[in-house]
Design a binder for this molecule. Structure first.
Ligand code: GDP
Length: 193
Protein backbone atom coordinates (compact mmCIF):
# COMPACT_ATOMS: atom_id res chain seq x y z
CA UNK A 1 0.00 0.00 0.00
CA UNK A 2 1.38 3.36 -0.98
CA UNK A 3 0.43 5.88 1.70
CA UNK A 4 -0.15 9.26 0.13
CA UNK A 5 -1.87 10.84 3.12
CA UNK A 6 -2.74 9.98 6.70
CA UNK A 7 -4.35 12.29 9.20
CA UNK A 8 -6.26 12.17 12.45
CA UNK A 9 -9.92 12.71 11.53
CA UNK A 10 -12.03 12.59 14.68
CA UNK A 11 -12.81 10.83 17.94
CA UNK A 12 -16.15 9.21 18.67
CA UNK A 13 -17.90 7.50 21.54
CA UNK A 14 -21.31 7.12 19.87
CA UNK A 15 -22.67 6.13 16.46
CA UNK A 16 -23.84 9.64 15.54
CA UNK A 17 -20.23 10.83 15.81
CA UNK A 18 -18.73 8.34 13.32
CA UNK A 19 -17.45 9.88 10.08
CA UNK A 20 -19.88 10.37 7.18
CA UNK A 21 -19.06 9.18 3.68
CA UNK A 22 -19.38 5.41 3.97
CA UNK A 23 -15.70 4.66 3.42
CA UNK A 24 -14.23 1.35 4.58
CA UNK A 25 -13.02 1.10 8.16
CA UNK A 26 -10.32 -1.12 9.66
CA UNK A 27 -10.44 -1.49 13.41
CA UNK A 28 -7.29 -1.92 15.53
CA UNK A 29 -7.58 -3.29 19.05
CA UNK A 30 -5.18 -4.62 21.65
CA UNK A 31 -4.27 -4.41 25.29
CA UNK A 32 -2.42 -1.36 26.58
CA UNK A 33 1.30 -1.37 25.81
CA UNK A 34 1.05 -4.12 23.18
CA UNK A 35 2.58 -1.75 20.62
CA UNK A 36 -0.58 -0.57 18.84
CA UNK A 37 0.43 3.09 18.43
CA UNK A 38 3.87 2.02 17.19
CA UNK A 39 2.22 -0.38 14.75
CA UNK A 40 -0.15 2.27 13.37
CA UNK A 41 2.72 4.71 12.97
CA UNK A 42 4.88 2.06 11.26
CA UNK A 43 2.09 1.08 8.86
CA UNK A 44 1.50 4.71 7.95
CA UNK A 45 5.19 5.76 7.82
CA UNK A 46 4.26 8.47 10.24
CA UNK A 47 6.19 8.55 13.48
CA UNK A 48 3.86 10.80 15.41
CA UNK A 49 0.31 10.12 14.25
CA UNK A 50 -0.88 7.76 16.97
CA UNK A 51 0.45 8.81 20.35
CA UNK A 52 2.89 6.32 21.80
CA UNK A 53 2.50 5.22 25.42
CA UNK A 54 0.56 8.29 26.46
CA UNK A 55 -1.50 7.65 29.54
CA UNK A 56 -2.40 3.98 29.01
CA UNK A 57 -6.06 3.22 29.43
CA UNK A 58 -7.11 6.85 29.54
CA UNK A 59 -8.20 7.48 25.98
CA UNK A 60 -11.68 6.01 26.02
CA UNK A 61 -12.67 7.13 22.54
CA UNK A 62 -12.57 5.53 19.13
CA UNK A 63 -9.98 7.51 17.17
CA UNK A 64 -10.43 7.66 13.40
CA UNK A 65 -7.48 8.19 11.07
CA UNK A 66 -8.19 8.98 7.44
CA UNK A 67 -5.84 7.23 5.03
CA UNK A 68 -5.32 8.19 1.38
CA UNK A 69 -8.70 9.92 1.75
CA UNK A 70 -10.11 6.49 0.93
CA UNK A 71 -10.52 4.51 4.17
CA UNK A 72 -10.13 4.80 7.93
CA UNK A 73 -8.14 3.16 10.69
CA UNK A 74 -10.27 3.04 13.84
CA UNK A 75 -8.01 2.97 16.88
CA UNK A 76 -9.72 1.35 19.86
CA UNK A 77 -8.50 2.29 23.35
CA UNK A 78 -6.09 -0.24 24.85
CA UNK A 79 -7.81 -2.72 27.15
CA UNK A 80 -6.61 -4.77 30.11
CA UNK A 81 -5.09 -1.83 31.93
CA UNK A 82 -5.30 -2.58 35.66
CA UNK A 83 -6.12 0.94 36.82
CA UNK A 84 -9.25 1.31 34.70
CA UNK A 85 -12.40 1.39 36.84
CA UNK A 86 -15.35 -0.96 36.44
CA UNK A 87 -17.39 1.96 35.10
CA UNK A 88 -14.75 2.75 32.45
CA UNK A 89 -14.59 -0.93 31.52
CA UNK A 90 -18.35 -1.02 31.00
CA UNK A 91 -18.29 2.18 28.94
CA UNK A 92 -15.52 0.63 26.80
CA UNK A 93 -17.58 -2.54 26.25
CA UNK A 94 -20.65 -0.55 25.28
CA UNK A 95 -18.73 1.69 22.89
CA UNK A 96 -17.10 -1.27 21.09
CA UNK A 97 -20.32 -3.23 20.95
CA UNK A 98 -22.27 -0.34 19.47
CA UNK A 99 -19.56 0.18 16.87
CA UNK A 100 -19.27 -3.47 15.86
CA UNK A 101 -22.97 -4.17 15.76
CA UNK A 102 -24.03 -1.02 13.91
CA UNK A 103 -21.16 -0.17 11.61
CA UNK A 104 -21.53 -1.47 8.08
CA UNK A 105 -18.28 0.22 7.04
CA UNK A 106 -16.28 -2.09 9.31
CA UNK A 107 -14.42 -4.55 7.06
CA UNK A 108 -11.94 -6.26 9.36
CA UNK A 109 -10.49 -5.99 12.86
CA UNK A 110 -6.77 -6.16 13.54
CA UNK A 111 -6.24 -7.71 16.96
CA UNK A 112 -2.79 -6.95 18.32
CA UNK A 113 -1.20 -9.44 20.69
CA UNK A 114 2.35 -9.65 22.04
CA UNK A 115 4.36 -12.22 20.08
CA UNK A 116 6.44 -13.05 23.15
CA UNK A 117 3.63 -14.17 25.45
CA UNK A 118 0.60 -16.39 25.59
CA UNK A 119 -2.44 -14.21 24.74
CA UNK A 120 -4.13 -12.94 27.91
CA UNK A 121 -7.67 -13.71 28.97
CA UNK A 122 -8.65 -10.25 27.70
CA UNK A 123 -7.10 -11.03 24.31
CA UNK A 124 -9.11 -14.24 24.07
CA UNK A 125 -12.31 -12.40 25.09
CA UNK A 126 -11.70 -9.73 22.47
CA UNK A 127 -11.08 -12.35 19.77
CA UNK A 128 -14.23 -14.25 20.73
CA UNK A 129 -16.18 -11.01 20.73
CA UNK A 130 -15.20 -10.34 17.10
CA UNK A 131 -16.01 -13.91 16.13
CA UNK A 132 -19.40 -13.75 17.86
CA UNK A 133 -20.31 -10.83 15.58
CA UNK A 134 -18.74 -12.45 12.49
CA UNK A 135 -16.05 -9.80 12.09
CA UNK A 136 -13.00 -11.12 10.19
CA UNK A 137 -9.81 -10.76 12.24
CA UNK A 138 -6.15 -10.25 11.34
CA UNK A 139 -4.02 -11.09 14.37
CA UNK A 140 -0.92 -8.90 14.45
CA UNK A 141 1.64 -10.36 16.85
CA UNK A 142 3.90 -7.47 17.88
CA UNK A 143 7.52 -7.20 19.06
CA UNK A 144 8.64 -10.26 17.08
CA UNK A 145 12.12 -8.68 16.89
CA UNK A 146 12.54 -9.65 20.54
CA UNK A 147 12.33 -13.39 19.78
CA UNK A 148 15.10 -15.28 18.00
CA UNK A 149 14.19 -16.81 14.64
CA UNK A 150 14.58 -20.41 15.87
CA UNK A 151 11.89 -19.88 18.53
CA UNK A 152 9.32 -18.11 16.39
CA UNK A 153 7.38 -21.14 15.14
CA UNK A 154 6.78 -22.23 18.74
CA UNK A 155 5.39 -18.79 19.68
CA UNK A 156 3.12 -18.70 16.64
CA UNK A 157 1.70 -22.07 17.58
CA UNK A 158 1.08 -20.92 21.17
CA UNK A 159 -0.81 -17.85 19.94
CA UNK A 160 -2.88 -19.79 17.40
CA UNK A 161 -3.82 -22.42 19.96
CA UNK A 162 -4.63 -20.01 22.79
CA UNK A 163 -6.92 -17.88 20.61
CA UNK A 164 -8.29 -20.96 18.83
CA UNK A 165 -7.77 -19.03 15.64
CA UNK A 166 -10.40 -19.67 12.97
CA UNK A 167 -9.19 -21.01 9.62
CA UNK A 168 -9.88 -17.78 7.72
CA UNK A 169 -8.11 -15.49 10.19
CA UNK A 170 -4.47 -14.61 9.59
CA UNK A 171 -1.69 -14.40 12.17
CA UNK A 172 1.11 -12.04 11.16
CA UNK A 173 4.29 -11.65 13.24
CA UNK A 174 5.13 -7.94 13.28
CA UNK A 175 7.82 -5.54 14.44
CA UNK A 176 7.58 -1.78 14.37
CA UNK A 177 11.35 -1.72 15.04
CA UNK A 178 12.59 -3.68 12.00
CA UNK A 179 9.25 -3.57 10.07
CA UNK A 180 8.87 -7.37 9.88
CA UNK A 181 5.35 -8.16 8.67
CA UNK A 182 4.53 -4.70 7.37
CA UNK A 183 3.98 -5.84 3.77
CA UNK A 184 2.00 -8.88 4.94
CA UNK A 185 -0.27 -6.73 7.14
CA UNK A 186 -0.97 -4.32 4.30
CA UNK A 187 -1.75 -7.10 1.85
CA UNK A 188 -4.09 -8.70 4.40
CA UNK A 189 -5.84 -5.35 4.98
CA UNK A 190 -6.05 -4.61 1.24
CA UNK A 191 -7.88 -7.88 0.66
CA UNK A 192 -10.76 -6.36 2.69
CA UNK A 193 -10.83 -2.91 1.07
P1 GDP B 1 0.34 0.89 22.86
O1 GDP B 1 0.05 1.22 24.30
O2 GDP B 1 -0.25 -0.42 22.49
O3 GDP B 1 -0.01 1.97 21.89
O4 GDP B 1 1.93 0.63 22.77
P2 GDP B 1 3.10 1.55 22.24
O5 GDP B 1 3.11 1.62 20.76
O6 GDP B 1 3.08 2.83 22.98
O7 GDP B 1 4.37 0.67 22.66
C1 GDP B 1 4.60 0.26 24.00
C2 GDP B 1 6.09 0.01 24.20
O8 GDP B 1 6.53 -1.08 23.41
C3 GDP B 1 6.95 1.21 23.79
O9 GDP B 1 8.03 1.30 24.69
C4 GDP B 1 7.43 0.82 22.39
O10 GDP B 1 8.66 1.41 22.06
C5 GDP B 1 7.56 -0.69 22.52
N1 GDP B 1 7.32 -1.37 21.22
C6 GDP B 1 6.23 -1.23 20.44
N2 GDP B 1 6.33 -2.00 19.35
C7 GDP B 1 7.51 -2.65 19.42
C8 GDP B 1 8.19 -3.60 18.58
O11 GDP B 1 7.71 -4.01 17.52
N3 GDP B 1 9.40 -4.06 19.02
C9 GDP B 1 9.97 -3.65 20.18
N4 GDP B 1 11.16 -4.17 20.52
N5 GDP B 1 9.36 -2.75 21.00
C10 GDP B 1 8.15 -2.25 20.63
Amino acid sequence: MKITSSAYALSAVRADQYPPGQQAEIMLAGRSNVGKSSCINALLNNSSLARISSRPGKTQTLNFYHINERFYFVDVPGYGYAKVSKKQREAFGKMIEEYITSREELRVACLLVDFRHKPTEDDVLMYNFFKYYDVPVIVIATKVDKIGKTHRAKHEKMIRETLKLHGDDKLIPFSSVDKTGKIAVWSAIESFL
